[in-house]
Design a protein around this ligand. Structure first.
Ligand SMILES: [Zn+2]
Length: 150
């Protein structure tokens, strides 16, 4: 279920536009899903070369300690949650969604030592239970304005 009516909220556009951008300019948030992937190093090199910061959404399934998550933080990118193993959350009960999302976020927090602020539901699919869980965990949902395939 997509809720494109709520675009402003779901992309957190307002929050990001406030950030140190000169008046009249538009900001763009580059986000990468389904990591940390094996191309993370190449990706970080490209972002560094162009001095661009990005927001990464990571799945617990792909969290290998050896992936360069430290570099992600050192180079001032952000990390958000993207579930345990990319299941469609709307097919899960409230309890299972709570378990999936909170475990994903806890794992990311214990690995990186950073508090997780954002969560992107796999395939952009969410329902009332997802929203209740995110509210309970004090995490903001984050969808796309322009997206590739998830
Ligand atoms: Zn995804």
């Amino acid at each position: 279920m997509y809720d494109w009516e709520n675009k402003e909220i779901w992309t957190n556009k307002k929050n990001w536009d406030k950030q140190d951008s000169p008046k009249g300019t538009k900001s763009l948030i580059l986000t990468f899903d389904d990591g940390p992937s094996s191309v993370l190093v190449e990706l970080l090199d490209i972002l560094k070369k162009h001095q661009v910061r990005a927001l990464f959404f990571w799945q617990s399934k792909l969290l290998h300690v050896k992936r360069p998550w430290k570099r992600v933080i050192e180079e001032r990118h952000m990390i958000g949650g993207h579930s345990l193993r990319h299941r469609v959350l709307t097919r899960l009960s409230y309890r299972d969604q709570l378990h999936d999302i909170s475990t994903n976020l806890k794992q990311l927090e214990s690995l990186t030592g950073q508090e997780m602020i954002y969560f992107r539901p796999p395939f952009g699919q969410f329902n009332e239970d997802t929203l209740d869980v995110l509210k309970k965990l004090n995490v903001m949902p984050f969808l796309w304005e322009v997206a590739g395939l998830d």
